[in-house]
Design a protein around this ligand. Sequence first.
Ligand SMILES: NC(=O)c1ccc[n+]([C@@H]2O[C@H](COP(=O)([O-])OP(=O)(O)OC[C@H]3O[C@@H](n4cnc5c(N)ncnc54)[C@H](O)[C@@H]3O)[C@@H](O)[C@H]2O)c1
Length: 234
Amino acid sequence: MTTTAVITGGARGIGRAIAERLRAAGHELAIVDLSPDLEEVAAELGALAIRADVSSEAGVATVREALERSGRPVGVLVNNAGITRDAIVHKMTEEEFAAVIRVNLGSTYRMTEGLADLLVDGGTIVNLSSRAQLGNVGQFNYAMSKTGIIGLTRAHALALAPRLRVNAVAPGFIASAMTDKMPAEIRERVIASVPLARPGQPEDIANTVAWLASDESGYVTGQVLYVCGGRSFS
Ligand SMILES: NC(=O)c1ccc[n+]([C@@H]2O[C@H](COP(=O)([O-])OP(=O)(O)OC[C@H]3O[C@@H](n4cnc5c(N)ncnc54)[C@H](O)[C@@H]3O)[C@@H](O)[C@H]2O)c1
């Protein structure tokens, strides 16, 4: 059965690469994003475009309505939308702190709670955590949100088994708009610390997500897979 893969934040970067890879695996696509490029990217990929803020209850309701209206069975949910608002501890504003928790952690929780019953039996959910959950200076809000996603992944894996599988991918430094924003000096230092001696590419993450979304990982649930060139333990 051909099913739809729903990818939040799929209009660019890692999310777009995941969408392309899941399309190659035979899925129909639904891309949920707020980006001005959403409709254009969705048209290029032959995807259903759903313009919604996945961090809000109303946004998740919009996604649900659009999927129900499409009449397509949903097989995969990838909770990929995420933001950074970096600052060191005493300089981080309440707003920066709350925004990252709301978007990264809140959207993963809301989308899963709001859509899990729409997924077909045997469906899969993949959440985007980060290698940064191990702790990065200036990213305590981000690290908290991505650590929370791991707890959520395990709790949802248990709550939704045996009907659905839920796993997380924790990317390291991936060449993307998110990491392009980093000061050049820090970027170079991080890349130099990667045992596999290169930045990751969005396709490295997309391939892992596609495996977790496929039957080949059929006995894997509640796990976190670090895709970071070895940086999680170096
Ligand atoms: N880039 C990296 O090095 C890296 C490393 C580890 C983890 N990650 C995680 O991977 C995911 C994707 O990262 P990326 O680098 O591709 O990011 P990106 O900033 O390039 O893309 C994120 C996409 O999410 C969308 N988005 C943001 N908030 C949204 C909301 N509330 N509702 C709907 N859409 C929203 C944006 O419009 C954008 O299209 C994120 O969860 C990020 O935290 C990235």
